[in-house]
Design a protein around this ligand. Structure first.
Ligand code: ADP
Ligand code: MG
Length: 332
């Protein structure tokens, strides 16, 4: 291979090996891929784009960029209870991208394609005068009619989240050189959560038939919960004290109370947020053990509209901006 990337060499050398486990990918030698959907199952499809300087830092390691791209999409599938099996990649590489960058990117892609037992079944490769722009489409399967949806929450449901909340947003601050009020270990742990989400691919499918409504938390807990509430025609109350935080996030908030708003409204958590009837609690605690995932009840679904976050005295915490919005910018 020459030092200048060539589109067809890239596809054959770097991407085609990642298609090997899926016959319908035709080794990335044809115009399109052929998907199998077993009888009684539904295809669940999602796409997410990532732009250098917006969704990752331009000098982030290329293997981690690839893995984050895969993982943010698998998080959406997990939120629907789907088991992922294939992805398509549309990549717009800057004209001056190096072979070393591309090789490292493909290595990261390979690592997660293998880790999550999926295949790269096709895509498109172009060059752009603009920033590196990546779009990944992910395909999963779920038993027909049983996908977890945002619109199924009912008044009285308990509200749950997986893992810990706030690490992604605090991790971005740490990755940008901030949060020097906590230890280097805490900063590293947070930055790692920002760069490499852990999509709940095992938990999601296990929530089918247990959770009522579900979504993943990617743009801030409060804003995302607001979307779930709107889709279901309900409101929600969150008890801020119950929102699970990592040791590193707790250290940040202990040093600077104002960072609690970052935890509640910052993006990049990629945890699952779901509702379940109160009778489902025991089953959820069993599921948590079996999938080795922490699950925490953080509030409940109410009649009405909107999300209220209460402090430990039961007073509403004012949150000027509930989460990340493109075209408007990040929360305070
Ligand atoms: P066409 O011109 O017919 O759209 P391409 O030459 O763009 O086909 O792509 C050839 C094959 O390589 C197709 O199977 C396509 O899906 C695959 N491919 C191209 N770019 C990528 C990529 N970035 N990742 C995965 N597969 C890719
Ligand atoms: Mg063609």
């Amino acid at each position: 291979m020459s030092t200048q990337p060539d589109e067809f060499a890239l596809i054959a050398d770097l991407f085609a090996p990642l298609s090997a486990s899926y016959p319908g990918a035709l080794g990335l030698t044809d115009d399109a891929a052929l998907l199998e959907v077993p009888a009684g199952q539904q295809l669940v499809v999602t796409v997410d784009a990532m732009v250098a300087g917006v969704h990752f830092l331009p000098d982030d390691p290329p293997d981690l960029v690839a893995r984050k791209l895969v993982r943010v999409n698998l998080s959406d599938l997990a939120a629907k209870g789907a088991v992922p099996f294939a992805v398509l990649l549309a990549a717009s590489f800057p004209t001056d991208v190096s072979m070393a960058w591309l090789t490292a990117f493909a290595a990261g892609l390979k690592q997660d394609v293998e880790a999550f037992a999926i295949a790269l079944i096709g895509g498109d490769t172009v060059s752009t005068p603009g920033p590196l722009t990546l779009s990944l489409t992910a395909f999963g399967r779920v038993e027909a009619g049983r996908a977890l949806l945002r619109r199924h929450a009912q008044v009285g449901d308990r509200l749950w989240v997986s893992g810990t909340i706030g690490d992604g947003a605090l991790g971005l601050l740490a990755a940008q050189g901030g949060l020097d009020m906590v230890s280097a270990d805490h900063r590293a742990a947070l930055a790692d959560r920002y760069r490499l989400p852990r999509p709940r691919t095992l938990l999601g499918p296990r929530l089918v038939g247990v959770a009522r409504a579900a979504m993943d938390v990617s743009d801030g807990l409060v804003q995302d919960l607001g979307h779930l509430c709107r889709a279901s025609g309900v409101g929600a109350v969150v008890e801020a004290d119950k929102v699970p935080m990592s040791a590193a996030a707790r250290a940040v908030v202990a040093a600077d109370q104002s960072r609690l708003a970052t935890v509640l409204t910052g993006g990049d958590d990629y945890e699952l947020l779901f509702t379940a009837p109160r009778e489902g609690t025991d089953l959820l605690l069993t599921l948590a053990r079996e999938t080795d995932t922490s699950l925490t009840e953080i509030g409940c679904i109410t009649a009405g509209t909107g999300v209220t976050v209460l402090d430990r005295d039961g007073l509403a915490i004012p949150l000027p901006r509930p989460g990340w919005r493109h075209f408007r910018g990040e929360p305070a």
